[in-house]
Design a protein around this ligand. Structure first.
Ligand code: SF4
Length: 185
């Protein structure tokens, strides 16, 4: 395509800006510290020298949600902790993303009881579900690379908020885990 044709395309300039913004955002993710159980040990190992999260530009774990743009929910979420997780998520500035790390964070895992939330998506909109008990640091790195791909392609402006709200509404409308019978239905 000639440059003239490209310039005549109304999406050309915005697409270029989106590409650059997507590259910058996806290569400088700052996770908020959200270690809830044993999975958090693997998350900490991921940031250590052996696995070296710094290679990808994500090593700056922040203690303040206002400095962070990705939440790694690592470990089972107790009902007591749920409002705090949501509070931290709400305090993060847009755009923001969530990785649910491990079987417990994603589905309640082995803790199918009254004390544990049966999936972090009952509280926050989840972008990546990471299986395993616990997932190894390589798996977390792979999940973050997948998130990087999603962020690189995301449209700019207000779309992200709408997507997050739609994901959240779908999760809240879904059948609760305790009511899912699977092959026993
Ligand atoms: S998935 Fe396994 S390692 Fe992770 S919080 Fe649950 S029990 Fe612990």
């Amino acid at each position: 395509m000639s440059q003239e044709n490209q310039a005549g395309n109304p999406g050309f300039l915005l697409t270029s800006v989106e590409t650059v913004a997507g590259l910058a955002q996806s290569r400088s993710l700052w996770p908020v510290t959200m270690g809830l159980a044993c999975c958090a040990i693997e998350m900490m190992a991921t940031a250590g020298p052996r696995f070296d999260l710094a290679r990808f530009g994500w090593e700056v774990f922040r203690a303040s949600p206002r400095h962070a743009d990705v939440m790694i929910v690592s470990g089972r979420v107790s009902h007591k902790m749920a409002p705090i997780v949501r509070n931290v998520y709400d305090s993060m500035p847009e755009p923001k993303w969530v990785i649910s790390m491990g079987a417990c964070a994603s589905t309640g895992g082995m803790f199918n009881n009254y004390a544990v939330v049966q999936g972090a998506d009952h509280i926050v909109p989840v972008d990546i579900y990471l299986p395993g008990c616990p997932p190894r640091p390589e798996m977390l790195i792979n999940a973050m690379l997948e998130l990087t791909k999603q962020i690189s392609k995301r449209p700019l402006l207000g779309h992200r908020k709408e997507i997050a709200r739609a994901v959240e509404a779908a999760a809240l409308a879904a059948t609760p885990t305790h009511a899912q019978k699977g092959l026993l239905a």
